[in-house]
Design a protein around this ligand. Structure first.
Ligand code: GAL
Length: 809
């Protein structure tokens, strides 16, 4: 039969989606548990719909999309958007999502749940017109039981209203919508409950480990159920290394069941070798065949008041960064590969810690931190009962804090990467007696569910008047900034343990340089001189010579951190630039300058300072670029390591050899600019270690494309990040190039986002073009669920174009 073209456009997509949904739900009729990806084939309407939950709503004209979805990132930047530039200057509003799916009659004896990893914010969910509940917190994961309201053997409709219309409600870009994954979970009527295991390791040495597994088991049969419960520890290769089995009778609707395992010679989880085991909990009986997996790591750690942090008995510092949850031009919509790329770049810098500022993260972040070896400070709140911005969580704190905090700890407490709970960032009530009530209450909630990790708060008031600290509820005293008060910490808090919960706040714009020698912007910390900001055109120098009034430069902070053993670790503000909070400016800037890496993923120079200090990788990084007005005096900086000295040459002539002295973290030459080649040579014992050259670039002549990965998966989610470089005829990046580049994609992929790292640009992130910024741009290609070759071409007026081919399998 020949089908008319209109059929394909109008009918085929929904039909395919329907078939896909059926396919995803095929697990219904099998015994045991299925967790189906429920992201596909939703209908979306931007704007409120009266009665949008009703079964007869005509949603056929609504947009069809796959989750995760962030509608704000698709919008236009405007100062008038109620989020304000602080919140990213993108639109909010109300959105409705609906999805219709069938549940087979054979699923009648199952329990069926919908699991949301996060919806920003104020979500209300209905199934078949029945209201399941409301969650105001935009970062919390939650589940609803659909079972009582389902049509088994018929169609069912989920409706979700998301209300992000009342703003400002955030000090950073939040995104809007069902921006994290959604799962449809089915289990038998006897099964491990939601977040139903708690695995701890009461004793760990190199020789042996005890693993205690507490399983919460649900019995929804209203009858006693004899079952066999088997707990098995599997190593990373999937081999059982310990197992225990018990028979029991489940008498109640919910039972907590504990089993203990022992293994010899455990492979310990560390940041260098993040070895993961799995605990497999099996329940078998007449009404159940559940298998529930809990990934775990076996490790022990300690915070010591004098010696600082140790992991598996080895002293080390937590070298961490704070990050917000957005993924640059992808917005808040979670994508595992985008997150993995962020972490890979941080790991390559030597970073080993992440603070989930200032909210519960996507579960994928913690999975990646487990796998990649990061130590996580898992944070709950940016405010308690007092507001920071008018419509933030303080409106919901009283009613919801217990539920939200419990859910966060229950969800995250098995992750080996999580080693610190933070119950608040710069809580405005620090100085108020109400903190004496709230801090112990929150600490009590956390400790009732997990006693294996210390609790902290990130305090911007580290003085004796801080009521959170006075309350005694905090295990680890956290300072935000105040690094020149670190030395006297124990005078203030004798015998207490310390963590630098937030540091630095250096400001840089990639590729923009104001000479430290010329400028007054060289005061490394607020303890030296008053704060000065960036330039009237909203550019900020990348020499680590600009900071806000409360912050310090990267170098000044790291110098202090290095000095004292008791400083267990630090979390730099921030690893990556993020949308919103464009300090030191406001509009027209719309994203932050704090990142060590810009929003597009291009490292700023200070990245290499950390790499030279935090890794063994041999580093020699010189900057700035070499395109100046002849005669200008230029500060040439070098970050290096694994060498005794560095010699600099300009057009073959030596400008002298320098070495870091004392606390130095870089070396500097003041050079009278002339065009040509700047060359740095690092040497150890007289032998050349590394050579770096920077050439004066000519006019833009061609485009170069560099894909971070050329082989990507046909799973509809995988990404390739393609760096677009504007080169002169000799292949040098043109440091101030801002050419408009157009992109074309053919094959099974599409452009998920474009960017260039410019904090001030108002161009859309969802587009097939981007101007270069300081010589670079980025295109993010996402696969479709189809194998083949993606051909990506970049063209620009007057430049030789470039093409790259990605293989999708
Ligand atoms: C801190 C705050 C962060 C961020 C940062 C910017 O005080 O905790 O959320 O605003 O300042 O420097």
């Amino acid at each position: 039969m020949l089908l008319h073209k209109a059929f394909f456009t109008k009918m085929a997509r929904p039909l395919c989606l329907f078939i896909m949904v059926l396919f995803a739900l095929k697990g219904y009729s099998q015994p045991g548990r299925t967790v189906a990806d429920f992201d596909k084939g939703w209908r979306f309407n931007l704007g409120d719909v009266a009665g949008g939950e009703k079964l007869d709503v005509k949603d056929g004209t609504w947009r069809v999309l796959d989750l995760p979805h962030d509608w704000s990132i698709e919008g236009k930047f405007s100062k008038e958007n109620p989020a304000t530039p602080e919140g990213g200057a993108l639109p909010g509003g109300i959105g409705w999502y609906r999805k219709t799916f069938t549940v087979p009659a054979s699923a009648k004896n199952k329990l069926v749940y919908i699991d949301f990893d996060g919806v920003y914010q104020k979500s209300t969910v209905w199934i078949n017109g029945h209201n399941l509940g409301f969650r105001p917190n935009g970062y919390i994961s939650f589940r609803y039981d659909l079972t009582p309201y389902l049509n088994f053997g018929g169609t069912n409709t989920i409706a979700v209203k998301v209300d992000n219309s009342v703003q400002p409600n955030s000090r950073w870009y939040s995104g809007s919508g069902i921006y994290r994954n959604v799962w449809l979970t089915t289990t038998d009527k006897v099964a491990v409950d939601h977040w139903g295991t708690y695995v701890i390791t009461p004793s760990v040495t190199d020789k042996a480990a005890e693993v205690k597994v507490v399983a919460s088991i649900l019995n929804a049969t209203r009858a006693q159920q004899p079952v066999t419960i088997t707990t098995t520890l599997l190593n990373a290769e999937g081999k059982a290394v310990a197992t225990t089995t018990e028979n029991t009778v489940l008498k109640d609707a919910s039972t907590r069941f504990t089993q203990d395992l022992k293994i010899n010679n455990p492979i310990l989880w560390s940041v260098e070798k993040p070895y993961l085991y799995k605990v497999l909990t099996k329940i078998s009986g007449k009404n159940s065949a559940d298998s529930y997996t809990t990934p775990i790591g076996i490790r022990y750690f300690n915070f010591d008041a004098d010696k600082g942090f140790s992991l598996n008995g080895k002293l080390m510092k937590i070298l961490g960064v704070c990050d917000h949850h957005d993924l640059g031009s992808l917005g808040a919509a979670i994508n595992t590969r985008a997150l993995e790329r962020q972490l890979q770049m941080l790991k390559a810098m030597g970073c080993n810690g992440i603070r989930t500022s200032h909210n519960p993260p996507a579960p994928e972040l913690l999975d990646l931190c487990d796998k990649m070896g990061f130590i996580v400070m898992d944070e709950a709140f940016d405010c308690w009962e007092w507001q920071k911005v008018k419509y933030d969580y303080h409106l919901y704190f009283k009613e919801w804090h217990k539920r939200d905090l419990e859910d966060q700890v229950l969800r995250d407490r098995n992750h080996p990467s999580v080693m610190i709970w933070s119950i608040g960032n710069e809580i405005p009530q620090q100085g108020d007696t109400t903190a004496l009530r709230i801090a112990p209450e929150l600490a009590g909630i956390v400790h009732s569910l997990d006693k294996t990790r210390p609790i902290t708060t990130a305090n911007d008031n580290p003085g004796k008047g801080n009521k959170i600290i006075q309350s005694g509820a905090i295990d680890l005293i956290g300072y935000n900034y105040h690094e020149f008060d670190y030395a006297t910490f124990h005078d203030r808090y004798p015998g207490k343990k310390f963590i630098a919960t937030e540091t630095t706040s250096g400001l840089e714009m990639r590729g923009h340089y104001d000479m430290p020698s010329d400028s007054i912007r060289v005061w490394p910390s607020r303890y030296d001189k008053p704060f000065t900001d960036g330039n009237p055109d909203n550019s900020v120098s990348a020499y680590d010579n600009v900071r806000p009034g409360w912050g310090s430069t990267h170098e000044a902070t790291w110098k202090v951190m290095k000095k004292y053993d008791f400083l267990s670790g630090m979390f730099i503000w921030t690893g990556w630039d993020y949308l919103g909070e464009p300090t030191p400016y406001s509009w027209p800037s719309r994203s932050s300058y704090f990142g060590i890496i810009d929003l597009a993923g291009f490292p700023k120079d200070v990245y290499y300072m950390y790499q030279s200090e935090w890794t063994n990788k041999t580093v020699l990084h010189i900057f700035p670029h070499w395109n100046w007005t002849p005669g200008k005096m230029v500060d040439v900086w070098a970050f290096y390591n694994n060498a005794d000295e560095v010699e600099l040459f300009l057009n073959g002539k030596s400008l002298g050899t320098k070495k870091k002295l004392g606390e130095d973290l870089h070396i500097m030459w003041r050079v009278k600019y002339e065009p040509g080649t700047l060359k740095a040579v690092s040497r150890k014992n007289g032998k050349v270690v590394l050579i770096r050259e920077i050439h004066t670039a000519g006019a833009p002549a061609k485009i170069e494309l560099v894909a971070d990965r050329k082989n990507i998966k046909a799973d509809g989610k995988d990404l390739s990040f393609i760096t677009v470089k504007i080169l002169d005829k000799d292949g040098n990046v043109v440091p101030n190039a801002d050419n408009l580049v157009n992109f074309k994609v053919s094959g099974p992929g599409f452009i998920a986002g474009v960017d260039n790292g410019d904090e001030v640009s108002h161009d859309p992130f969802k587009a097939n073009y981007r101007k270069a910024f300081n010589g670079l741009a980025l295109a993010i290609i996402q696969t479709k669920e189809k194998a083949g070759n993606i051909t990506f071409t970049a063209t620009a007026a007057g430049l030789k174009s470039a093409t790259t081919v990605l293989q999708v399998k």
